[in-house]
Design a protein around this ligand. Sequence first.
Ligand code: SF4
Ligand code: SF4
Length: 93
Amino acid sequence: MPSTPTGKAFINTDECKGCGLCVESCPPKCLFLAPELSAYGVHPAQYTGRDCTGCGICFYCCPEPGAIVVYRRVAAVKTATERRQGGSHATAL
Ligand code: SF4
Ligand code: SF4
């Protein structure tokens, strides 16, 4: 059963050179090279829209600055009041 994605990858096709390094390095294999050509005559990387963990490996292996942006979901930060109270309260039944 697929897990809930905790990240999201955005590819800037104007910066991508279609080298495929991100596709090969992505652990859950959620990137692929598009079948159509970009304005630069290369097959740019694309995100499938599923299973990104937000690990950032694609970002770090990409040789083109600005071609990939990765967003990672983080847990909500507790307010100072919630921390003093020891956390949020369960809903009353
Ligand atoms: S590593 Fe960067 S340049 Fe290479 S295909 Fe992926 S996004 Fe494009
Ligand atoms: S952040 Fe990790 S899981 Fe998401 S697309 Fe990049 S390499 Fe794949």
